[in-house]
Structure formats: C-alpha cells, structure tokens
Write a protein of this length. Structure first.
Length: 319
C-alpha cells in the first residue's frame, strides 16, 4: 500500500519484488489476453463503448470471475442503474456471488468512505465515470472538471490501497471516450468495447496498456447467458465465405498477437458521373487511393473513370 512518497534507489527497486506486480486472472482466456495476462493489482482500467453494447454485462462478469478465483471482495458502484436493475442483470447472467458488494451512488465521497471502511475490497468497478460527482466542485456531473477530478481521485485511491479499478466511460459521436483527453492519460489501460447492435458479436480492443501489449483483441458473442468468448475468430469472419466468388479473397492479417483470417471483397464498376465515387468499409480509404494510384501508374489499369468499392469485416479495422 502506497501511503507516503518514499525515495528509493533504482538498484533497490530492480532487486526487489516491486518490479513484478501481481495479477488477477479472470478465468476467461479472451479477457486475460486483452489485459496482458490478467488484471494487475492496483491498475486503473478505462473501458469505453457505445450505449447498450454490453459494457455493464462485461464488467459484472469480470467481477464475478475475479472474486471467484480470489479471496477478496469487489465493490460495484452503479451511478446509472438502481440496485434492482443491477440485480436483474446478475440474475440473467446467473451470478450470485456474495463477495460482490453493490453501491448505488454518484457521490465520490461515498465511494472513498466505503473503500476505507472495507479493507477486503480489492476490486472496484465504477459504472460510469460520467455520473460521478465530487461535492467540492460546483459543476455538474459529466463536465470536464468533474470527470477529471473524480478519475484522478479514484486512480490515486486504487494505487494507495492496491485496488484494481475498472471505469466505464461513455463515447462521443466521433467514437472517442467522452471527457477530457487527460482521462486516458491518467489510467494504465484503455479498452474499447466494439460491435454493432444488429449482430451478437463484440470485440474488446486494447488501445493502451502499461502492463502488456496494445492492439490486442478479444472476441465475444452476446448470448442470453451473457458474453461467451469466441475461441476461433477466423471462423466468425469467414462464416459466409463458402465458395469462390470473383472479387472476393481471404486475407491473413494480424490483430494484436494472433493471426486472423478475414474476407476482402472488391468491386470495380463503370460510372457516368464526372467524379467517380470510392467507398471503403473496414479499411483506410487513403491506402486504397494509394494502391489505385500505383495500379494506374505502374500497371496501366487506368481506373480514374471507375468506381471502386472495397469491404472487410465491419468489426475489424485492418491495417
């Protein structure tokens, strides 16, 4: 537990056990891979995603698995839902874990007091940071000042008491986590929970990780029992590729540390428009423009008067 700042020689730190922080395993391989081998004790983790994508379901499952594999307790703070709503989700997921403590509040003071009174709590979930409120600040919850202050206080609290902190963050229309950019700098790990409401598959992607590799992904299926890990994502992205089709090819890409097979579809068509349209799904349109320029200049394909369409899986934005 970090209480007061202490000056320590680098050689002493290297020779001690401080350099190897302990990790909590979730028991779900897809999750542990994304976290870099488990959740580091005392780490602060920010998870962003669209409303209704399944963030609360994911966090409740993580909390249940972590406390089942350990001897400590988890405090689940819900600022958006009542205790009854959280319990309904737990029932649906068949989670009945006495070591998960629920607290419905938006007050930062209540959270800090609860942590200080219960030393057995080593796992803290905040759902969400945009609802938290510090009474010392006059601005409304969700404002830049409130979000920054509450996040700062919570990360300091996590470090002091050796608590793993999971924070839910809303995202804007541009796909960025709402609030000040410093929010992402404060935490140790930033994850994005991605997917479309029209299908049941979700991707948990690491954007930043001080304790492991970034750009790692975990693939899940949303079912009635909650989130189920997908062990072979390639089968998911190739499920419709059952025969040879002109303009379709299988591409072997790398997402994080794992190779994934995905289907690439391309179409070139004539047009009567003065400026042909170029449409891309799941890829960088600037890279497509560069490839077309090379084909025009070097391969003499002359595509300047053609419309080009290229599509990959919407769930994966490939490099």
């Amino acid at each position: 537990m970090y209480v007061n700042p202490v000056v320590i020689a680098l050689a002493d730190v290297i020779g001690s056990e401080i350099i190897t922080p302990s990790r909590f395993l979730t028991g779900i391989e897809e999750l542990d891979r994304v976290f870099g081998g488990g959740i580091v004790q005392g780490a602060s983790i920010l998870i962003g995603g669209e409303p209704g994508i399944g963030k609360s379901t994911l966090l409740l499952r993580i909390a249940a698995n972590v406390v089942q594999l350990s001897s400590f307790e988890c405090l689940y703070v819900s600022g958006e839902e009542s205790l009854e709503q959280v319990s309904l989700r737990a029932k649906r997921l068949k989670i009945n874990e006495p070591k998960i403590k629920l607290l419905s509040t938006v007050s930062l003071t209540d959270v800090v007091a609860t942590i200080k009174e219960n030393k057995s709590i080593k796992f803290l979930v905040i759902d969400s940071i945009q609802t938290m409120y510090d009474s010392r600040i006059t601005s409304a919850p969700g404002t830049v000042t409130q979000v920054r202050t509450c996040a700062h206080e919570l990360t300091i609290l996590a470090k002091q008491y050796g608590i793993s902190l999971l924070i839910v963050g809303h995202i804007t229309k541009d796909g960025q986590i709402a609030g000040p950019k410093t929010l992402e700098h404060m935490v140790d790990t930033v994850l994005y929970f991605e997917g479309e409401n029209s299908n049941q598959y979700r991707i948990l992607r690491t954007i930043k990780n001080r304790f492991g590799p970034a750009n790692e992904i975990g693939v899940f299926e949303m079912s009635e029992a909650g989130l189920v890990p997908v062990d072979n994502p390639s089968s998911l992205f190739l499920m419709a590729h059952d025969r040879e089709v002109v303009g379709s090819a299988v591409f072997a890409g790398i997402e994080g540390s794992r190779p994934i097979l995905m289907e690439v579809q391309a179409l070139i068509a004539g047009t009567n428009m003065a400026t042909p349209r170029r449409a891309v799904v799941g890829w960088d349109i600037n890279r497509l423009a560069m490839i077309i320029a090379v084909l025009n200049a070097r391969c003499k394909m002359f595509l300047h008067d053609k419309e080009e369409k290229l599509g990959m899986s919407r769930m994966l934005i490939s490099d």
